[in-house]
Design a protein around this ligand. Structure first.
Ligand code: CMX
Length: 434
């Protein structure tokens, strides 16, 4: 058994009695009352999900296993010649809550290398899709096509104790996680580079091999590492995490569950916002022609968007009430790597004016930028200008968190999810107007 799996098992055995005790001795303790606004309004703020993988504070932002983003980057083993840690070591941390040693992180790097071969039939499925298929559809279809590989299904059909569910779920999670960046690069080169594929490099970790298979030079390997880690997890209530968890709760395997979560990520109010940000910005620049962008012109364009009933992509959040630290982290990267890049300057100008405009409009509860407002400019700078691919990058990263979560869901025996619905007449009756 690998060190990661052994450590995970130890953590699971330590954790199980905590969940059992809460259920047995304190199951009636109330966490939330649900209002009519919450029932109609997307369950905002209803506290009814449990995860220990990450926690999102509205003002501080995300903590992975108790650590902020800077603390996470500082704690993970540094790799000589790299600015960012290996994604594989971060996966170890998310799964177990323990910072791996360099050796332990490297063990996951080597393990994932053995698992990352993309089956040929997946390539055939993707090649059969029309050329104008959205890359998120291709990414999701590629994941779903691999469902026949599920070890969970095989073991389940053989007859397996509930206590063992986590083991094949973990194996599926690792097999998938190892393949996702290879799948993403395949989709990219199929769709935008005439299917001119680049063979994987067995000497490289996930970030390095991804950059290599995308055909983008250094430091894109570090960009990929940073990007995948930053997008990994945002507690459990966001659409991609919640969907993956929900589907897995029916004991659907990791392939079914992740593909479903990726479909949720493909919505413009969620992960697709990163493509929308670039699309909005490029349309704005196109309209300007040779005219230099100014704050006044940006303000006008933002108002035009709002007045036409559309949202400003990359701004606002259901939980956050300040600038997203994932935005701040990418902004720091830009300030050190591309401070004078015109597109970065424009994105910074939007940051100067958009929050004020959203406040003036008075609708958005959070006028500050989220992760998606800053990510596209980095991709663009390194030559990845096909912005409809950006959400696939988000998807590779998000898988780190959601696959960890569904492994723990099985370890802790979380049941099939099934909230209760009411009719409108019932709400009226509860409100005393029925
Ligand atoms: N531009 C314009 N209006 C916005 C807005 C924005 N960026 N953010 C919120 N609003 C509006 C909402 O549409 C809503 O309007 P209605 O009352 O007419 O329905 C009102 O403000 C209140 O919304 P809220 O409670 O502040 O925000 P929600 O929790 O409902 O939605 C989110 C959150 C992210 C969907 C929303 O802020 C939004 O649409 N942002 C733009 C899209 C985006 O960047 N999404 C990415 C989020 C991060 C991610 O998941 O990747």
């Amino acid at each position: 058994m690998s060190t990661l799996k052994e450590t995970l098992f130890k953590k699971i055995e330590e954790h199980r009695p905590r969940t059992v005790r809460l259920l047995k001795e304190h199951g009636d303790v109330k966490l939330s009352d649900v209002t009519i606004t919450q029932a109609i309004g997307g369950a905002r703020g209803v506290r009814c999900l449990v995860t220990d993988v990450s926690y999102l504070d509205p003002f501080e932002g995300i903590r992975f296993r108790g650590k902020t983003i800077p603390e996470t980057f500082a704690a993970l083993p540094q790799v000589p010649g790299q600015e960012y840690p290996n994604v594989e070591g971060f996966f170890y941390f998310l799964m177990t809550g323990e910072i791996p040693t360099a050796e332990q992180a490297n063990e996951v790097v080597e393990d994932f290398k053995k698992r990352r071969q993309l089956p040929d039939y997946v390539k055939d499925v993707l090649r059969a899709m029309p050329g104008d298929t959205h890359p998120m559809t291709m990414f999701s279809a590629g994941i779903l096509a691999m469902q026949r590989e599920s070890i969970f299904v095989k073991r389940y059909n053989e007859g397996m104790s509930k206590m063992d569910y986590w083991d094949p779920m973990y194996e599926d999670a690792c097999n998938l996680m190892a393949k996702l960046s290879v799948l993403a690069a395949f989709v990219y080169r199929l769709k935008y580079k005439d299917d001119d594929q680049i063979a994987e490099d067995p000497n490289l970790d996930m970030g390095g091999n991804f950059a290599h298979q995308m055909g983008i030079d250094k430091p894109y390997d570090d960009v990929a590492r940073m990007y995948f880690i930053l997008h990994s997890d945002h507690e459990s209530g966001n659409v991609s995490a919640h969907t993956t968890h929900l589907v897995a709760s029916a004991l659907s395997d990791a392939y079914y569950s992740l593909s479903a979560g990726i479909n949720g990520l493909a919505g413009p109010l969620h992960g697709l916002a990163n493509q929308e940000v670039l699309s909005w910005t490029m349309k704005f620049m196109e309209k300007l022609g040779d005219v230099e962008p100014t704050e006044e012109l940006v303000k006008q364009a933002l108002w035009d968007t709002l007045n036409s009933g559309q949202v400003i992509p990359g701004y606002g959040h259901a939980v956050l009430r300040k600038t997203d630290p994932r935005y701040a982290s990418q902004r720091e990267f830009c300030l050190s790597h591309l401070p004078d890049y015109p597109l970065f300057k424009l994105i910074s100008m939007i940051y100067q004016v958009a929050p004020g405009i959203l406040e003036e409009q008075g609708k958005a509860k959070n006028p500050w930028p989220n992760v998606d407002a800053q990510s596209g400019v980095i991709q663009w700078y390194y030559g990845l200008t096909d912005w409809d691919f950006y959400t696939v990058l988000f998807g590779v990263g998000r898988a780190l968190g959601v696959l960890t979560n569904i492994t723990w869901d099985r370890a802790l025996g979380y049941p099939i999810e099934r909230p209760k619905s009411l009719t409108t007449a019932m709400l009226e009756e509860a409100a005393g107007i029925g």
